[in-house]
Design a binder for this molecule. Structure first.
Ligand SMILES: C[S@@+](CC[C@H](N)C(=O)[O-])C[C@H]1O[C@@H](n2cnc3c(N)ncnc32)[C@H](O)[C@@H]1O
Length: 200
């Protein structure tokens, strides 16, 4: 079977954008920790002068990610939080450069524990508030499982109507793939370039 190298997994496509955006020292959020692959990825990007907050509702996610965080010596700047991402504002009192969502269920874990439309949307709204100017939210969405399409439509309805004066929303998908290919949405909070001189 032939394999794509660049446009293969939606999470890899996401990284092409994320790596242009996140800098050493940034504060970022992994809204769906799972097995911690994204948490570790983000920790490597921000480094020890940055900060990663990661959320999941499953204790297994915390356990498996804790091992990886300890293995890589990231415990000082990575916070693993056993709570829903819809409560992120209870734990984060600073502006963030990026919030990453990888929706759906954790492969090989309990498939009934999936992200849900209401809480996902609440989390996205909170993430938009926490974003610093020119900060970005990325959302990888899967529609093949039960409830996945409903969640995707719910998220899209909300984001498609965000005021373009304040946000740019980019939606990418594999247009020639069968069987519910994953989709990626990126949202940038616009910055105020007229006030840039204030910072110089
Ligand atoms: C597709 S998996 C994430 C995979 C993960 N990024 C990784 O690198 O392994 C989705 C995760 O979202 C979690 N989840 C479900 N509802 C949640 C909520 N309200 N808040 C935070 N995480 C949630 C699930 O427990 C699951 O681990």
């Amino acid at each position: 079977m032939l394999r794509a190298k660049y446009l293969n997994k939606i999470t890899e496509v996401n990284k092409m954008f994320i790596e242009k955006i996140i800098e050493n020292g940034d504060v970022v959020v992994d809204a769906t920790m799972g097995n911690g692959y994204d948490t570790i990825y983000l920790a490597n990007l921000v480094g020890e002068t940055g900060k990663v907050y990661a959320f999941d509702v499953q204790e297994e996610a915390i356990k498996s990610t804790t091992k990886k965080v300890q293995r890589d010596g990231f415990t000082d700047f990575v916070s693993l939080i056993l709570d829903g991402h819809q409560n992120m504002d209870k734990y984060i009192n600073e502006e963030v450069a990026c919030v990453m969502f990888n929706l759906g269920y954790l492969p090989r874990a309990k498939h009934h524990i999936i992200t849900k439309p209401d809480t996902t949307l609440e989390a996205i709204e909170k993430a938009l508030k926490l974003l610093k100017p020119n900060g970005v939210i990325s959302i990888a969405m899967y529609t093949g499982h039960e409830g996945g399409m409903e969640e995707r439509n719910y998220v899209c309805d909300f984001l498609n109507n965000l005021d373009q004066n304040y946000y740019n929303v980019l939606h990418t998908n594999f247009t020639n793939q069968v069987n519910n290919p994953p989709e990626l949405i990126l949202v940038e909070k616009k910055g105020d370039f007229n006030s840039l001189d204030k910072y110089i």
